[in-house]
Design a binder for this molecule. Structure first.
Ligand SMILES: Cc1cc2nc3c(=O)[nH]c(=O)nc-3n(C[C@H](O)[C@H](O)[C@H](O)COP(=O)(O)O)c2cc1C
Ligand SMILES: Nc1ncnc2c1ncn2[C@@H]1O[C@H](COP(=O)(O)OP(=O)(O)O)[C@@H](O)[C@H]1O
Ligand SMILES: [Mg+2]
Length: 155
């Protein structure tokens, strides 16, 4: 797919607070400035890749780009669910991600349960894909070890 792999880093800001409370799946939302820096023709939808908070470890992630049709958001968001259990929130920290592959388009669902199961399947798919040698190698990319801000939103 065009633009992939896509490297990006930026601040984690507040969203609507639904990820953890309603879905049980927290998503670290990027600031509006970062969302606007994405290529305007990047497909909305669900992706997988690698992520790291500050200078922390690199973990698997799933990412949602778009308007969350289930919630009919007015502003586009870019949200990362890191497949790892964190001890605490990390609002205001710098999140670095590399987006590697596309899973599916964003969809509307008849129920919250249906949205949650779709996201759980996305997580399983990401887990499978990211274990492949060609995807594992990006986990060790220099991008994750450079001082913050050296490379910003390039690919
Ligand atoms: C892997 C993944 C898949 C998602 N798929 C959809 C989707 O198909 N439709 C949708 O409306 N929202 C989808 N979402 C977005 C959630 O609705 C959103 O993360 C949630 O509303 C939390 O938003 P908040 O960060 O503003 O609290 C997905 C999120 C993730 C992490
Ligand atoms: N595994 C995780 N993946 C993403 N964010 C996490 C994770 N664990 C804790 N968090 C925290 O939860 C916040 C996201 O929760 P969420 O309910 O989506 O709130 P918001 O609507 O403010 O984005 C993140 O900004 C981060 O601080
Ligand atoms: Mg969120």
């Amino acid at each position: 797919m065009r633009h992939l792999p896509y490297f990006c880093r930026g601040e984690v800001v507040k969203g609507f607070g639904r990820g953890s409370k309603e879905l049980g799946i927290p998503t670290a939302n990027f600031s509006e400035q970062v969302v606007e820096s994405f290529p305007s023709d990047i497909s909305t939808g669900i992706y997988y890749g690698w992520a790291c908070v500050g200078n922390g470890d690199v973990h698997k992630m799933v990412l949602s780009i778009g308007w969350n049709p289930f919630y009919k958001n007015i502003k586009k968001s870019v949200e990362t669910h890191i497949i790892h259990t964190f001890k605490e929130d990390f609002y205001g920290e710098i999140l670095s991600i590399v987006i590697i592959g596309y899973i599916r388009p964003e969809k509307n669902f008849d129920s919250l349960e249906a949205l949650i199961s779709a996201i759980q399947e996305d997580i399983e798919e990401a887990n499978r894909q990211l274990d492949l040698p060609e995807h594992l190698k990006l986990k060790d990319d220099n991008f994750f070890h450079l001082p913050e801000g050296k490379i910003v939103n390039s690919h």
